[in-house]
Design a protein around this ligand. Structure first.
Ligand code: HEC
Ligand code: HEC
Ligand code: HEC
Ligand code: HEC
Ligand code: HEC
Ligand code: HEC
Ligand code: HEC
Ligand code: HEC
Ligand code: HEC
Ligand code: HEC
Length: 468
């Protein structure tokens, strides 16, 4: 018999029969319930729960539409799915099979398709860290890692559930190892000096990231830490500490090294900021210039115990013992911030002594690692010779020499500049005299109690005696 006809005829006959019989035989037994599913289809704690059944069929929900209607509202069996699945789209809502069942805005795992929530499962992995709980870059969309076939907001496309594992469209993704490689986001970037408007930012031909290979199932923050995707600073980049990035990338980071504008970070663009060196090239924008007091090192550091500050103030502004010492004595001073040599790949190695008017600093040296200054004229590396002198009688030996003390840049206080440290009282090779007597001959420099009365004449590279 024609099946189509039977399909309609049979229920009509059946209904007529039931009505007929009930009219006549009120005591007939209940015809029973048509059990298509095993018991427990609606009980979450049953092995027959429909979620488990669906997983076995690779989430083929179209098969349910035959009886429960294409919009799942009940259909021929008049059992609606939408009472329980009350989100728009009913069971086709994107958070039904993956994501948070109770939150339509969270459609990516967790939970994954097998209800796992631990990030050590590949299905869960670092989804949240990329999409919902991300604070160092813009949130990613599904299509940035998955083929663009089913997107949030779109109607359900059944073909996207075509069997696990999920397709990942990142070329460097290794599903077996669950690692990602060669992604721009994790540091697969190279910016060439030759193409740059700011070549002064480079110490080599290019600035490059670390090109990290993160593990998708390790979600403990270590792979999103500063310094993993690119160095601090990146390879080939001028020297900078984490707290200094702000000087030039101030739209992206703050002085503590926090990302303040996630949308601008790791977005594929160079961000040299508006409020930075390019709009404010003043020498004291990043550190002190010759007039800012007290000396402020990079990153706003003014603590004298910091090597960055060290004895700057003592030399620049608080020098009561000698002539003021300018930046040029100890550094090569750039004319503009972008001059070659101003920034480079390491900190602290740029102490370069340059002779001043009468003072030769040629023999001086600075040991960066131990912050030690050696052989400076100022600290007693001087030698005057009796043979060349117009006052040979002032000599007890063939030369008058200082003590040439080696100093530490880290030790503040008077100890390194007490009378008698840089040269003896009187100096080696000088006729005997005590401190109250120096003024008898060096009258323009000291007074009768041994105080320096004219710092401009003391430590000036000249012999000052008898009124000159
Ligand atoms: C051949 C018809 C048919 C198909 C196909 C079908 N169902 Fe059903 N379903 C029913 C009938 C009839 C009931 C009423 C209870 C029963 O008979 O088990 C029902 C009841 C249910 C219930 C219980 C509802 C409640 O409120 O207690 C759930 C859950 C359910 N079905 C899920 C599914 C899912 C999921 C699919 C697809 C994988 C599906 N059904 C496919 C006929 C069907
Ligand atoms: C009695 C309430 C109820 C009814 C009726 C119901 N569901 Fe569900 N369904 C649930 C609950 C609860 C879950 C989720 C369990 C979880 O993930 O913790 C679920 C899960 C699912 C899932 C996800 C499976 C997975 O892998 O996580 C699908 C798909 C689904 N239901 C389809 C249907 C369809 C189709 C119907 C109607 C034929 C239906 N459901 C009827 C309660 C119901
Ligand atoms: C009935 C269950 C179900 C529903 C509802 C569902 N998905 Fe999926 N989804 C899957 C399964 C199963 C996979 C696993 C991947 C596969 O099979 O290739 C998947 C994977 C995905 C993926 C990973 C890429 C891929 O295709 O493998 C994306 C993205 C996705 N779903 C988005 C959505 C969006 C958006 C919606 C809502 C419009 C949605 N899904 C609704 C079952 C579902
Ligand atoms: C940063 C890249 C990335 C983004 C963004 C992303 N996914 Fe995934 N997704 C993956 C990876 C990697 C896997 C694991 C693939 C495998 O099994 O090897 C995966 C797996 C899945 C799976 C399969 C889960 C399972 O149980 O195996 C689903 C479903 C899924 N993603 C949905 C989504 C949805 C929906 C979005 C957007 C809301 C999204 N993903 C965004 C990388 C991503
Ligand atoms: C997940 C990888 C990743 C991590 C983790 C990361 N970065 Fe980045 N960062 C990048 C990428 C990629 C760039 C390359 C430029 C771009 O695409 O915007 C970049 C660029 C920068 C820049 C240059 C300005 C810009 O946006 O162009 C600064 C400054 C910076 N990062 C600082 C940080 C700091 C500080 C941290 C730690 C809080 C950090 N980064 C952690 C990937 C990362
Ligand atoms: C003194 C200024 C200055 C400081 C401080 C500085 N940068 Fe840069 N940075 C630059 C310049 C200039 C470029 C090259 C930009 C170009 O090519 O136009 C650059 C480029 C970069 C790039 C590659 C291009 C981009 O914008 O993504 C990264 C990444 C970067 N810097 C990170 C950092 C980090 C991290 C710090 C702190 C540890 C830092 N920078 C501190 C000046 C600076
Ligand atoms: C964008 C921030 C910035 C600006 C603006 C800037 N500097 Fe610097 N300066 C630095 C950094 C960073 C260092 C440390 C460089 C190193 O150790 O490689 C430095 C170091 C120095 C030094 C020590 C010697 C050296 O090269 O390490 C002197 C002197 C100096 N700067 C003078 C100046 C003068 C003069 C100007 C104005 C023409 C200026 N700076 C503008 C950031 C800046
Ligand atoms: C007496 C010698 C001397 C004089 C004068 C001097 N400096 Fe320095 N400067 C140093 C020493 C020593 C260091 C520490 C180098 C190190 O890190 O080991 C230093 C470090 C610096 C640094 C790097 C600090 C940091 O934050 O990392 C800057 C910038 C600097 N000096 C700028 C200047 C400027 C500008 C002047 C003039 C206003 C000046 N210096 C005068 C000796 C001097
Ligand atoms: C930081 C090292 C240093 C200290 C400390 C120092 N001197 Fe000198 N002194 C020198 C140097 C260097 C000369 C060599 C002459 C010159 O360049 O003016 C000198 C020269 C002199 C002269 C010879 C006059 C002259 O300037 O030519 C007298 C007198 C003198 N010092 C007294 C003192 C007295 C008194 C003290 C203690 C208050 C003192 N010095 C502390 C470095 C020092
Ligand atoms: C009686 C006079 C006399 C007294 C007292 C005297 N000096 Fe001198 N001193 C000289 C003369 C003269 C020279 C110059 C030698 C020359 O021109 O070669 C000289 C040279 C020096 C020099 C090396 C050259 C220079 O000027 O830097 C120093 C340092 C110095 N004296 C320190 C002292 C100190 C410190 C005292 C006190 C403890 C002292 N002198 C006491 C006469 C004296």
């Amino acid at each position: 018999m024609n099946y189509k006809i039977m399909k309609y005829v049979f229920p009509i006959l059946f209904v007529a029969f039931v009505i007929g019989c009930s009219d006549l035989n009120d005591d007939l037994t209940d015809p029973g319930h048509l059990n298509i599913h095993k018991d427990g289809i609606a009980s979450t704690d049953s092995p027959n729960f429909h979620a488990a059944k669906l997983a076995e069929s690779n989430w083929d929900i179209e098969s349910c539409q035959q009886c429960h209607a294409s919009d799942y509202s009940g259909g021929t069996v008049e059992v609606s799915c939408n009472g329980c699945h009350s989100n728009p789209g009913g069971p086709e809502s994107c958070n039904t099979c993956h994501g948070s069942f109770g939150d339509v805005t969270r459609i990516a795992p967790p939970t994954d398709l097998h209800n796992n929530v631990a990030t050590t499962y590949k299905g869960v992995g670092a989804h949240s860290s990329h999409i919902y709980d991300i604070d160092i870059a813009a949130p990613l969309s599904c299509y940035q890692c998955h083929p663009n076939q089913t997107v949030p907001g779109q109607s359900y496309i059944s073909s996207h559930a075509d069997g696990l594992p999920a397709e990942v469209s990142i070329p460097g993704y290794n599903s077996a190892a669950a690692t990602c490689s060669n992604t721009a986001c994790h540091g697969n970037f190279t910016y060439a000096k030759s193409g740059s408007a700011n070549p002064w930012g480079f110490t080599t031909e290019s600035i490059a990231g670390n090109n990290a290979t993160p593990l998708w199932t390790k979600v403990d923050g270590t792979q999103a830490a500063c310094g993993t995707c690119h160095g601090l600073p990146p390879t080939g980049h001028i020297a900078a500490d984490l707290n200094l990035c702000v000087d030039c990338h101030g739209d992206v980071v703050d002085e503590s090294g926090n990302i303040i504008a996630p949308l601008l970070h790791a977005d594929g663009n160079i961000q040299l900021t508006s409020e930075n060196v390019l709009s404010n090239t003043a020498c004291n924008h990043c550190h002190s210039n010759a007039t800012t007091q007290p000396f402020e090192a990079l990153g706003g550091v003014t603590d004298r115990n910091s090597s960055r500050v060290g004895l700057h103030n003592e030399h620049l502004f608080e020098n009561s013992k000698g002539s003021e010492i300018n930046c040029e004595s100890c550094h090569i001073v750039p004319a503009t911030y972008k001059d070659a040599g101003h920034f480079d790949s390491t900190y602290g190695s740029e102490v370069v002594f340059t002779d001043q008017q009468n003072i030769s600093l040629a023999a001086s040296s600075y040991e960066t690692e131990i912050y030690k200054c050696n052989n400076t004229y100022c600290h007693g590396n001087f030698e005057y010779s009796k043979a060349d002198s117009q006052y040979p009688w002032a000599y007890s030996g063939s030369t008058i020499t200082g003590n040439s003390v080696d100093l530490t840049w880290l030790q503040a206080g008077d100890e390194q500049v007490a009378c008698g440290t840089c040269h003896g009282l009187a100096p080696i090779g000088h006729i005997e005299a005590d401190i109250t007597e120096c003024k008898d001959c060096h009258d323009t420099v000291v007074n009768e109690i041994g105080e320096i009365i004219n710092a401009e004449k003391h430590i000036n590279g000249m012999i000052n005696v008898f009124g000159n």
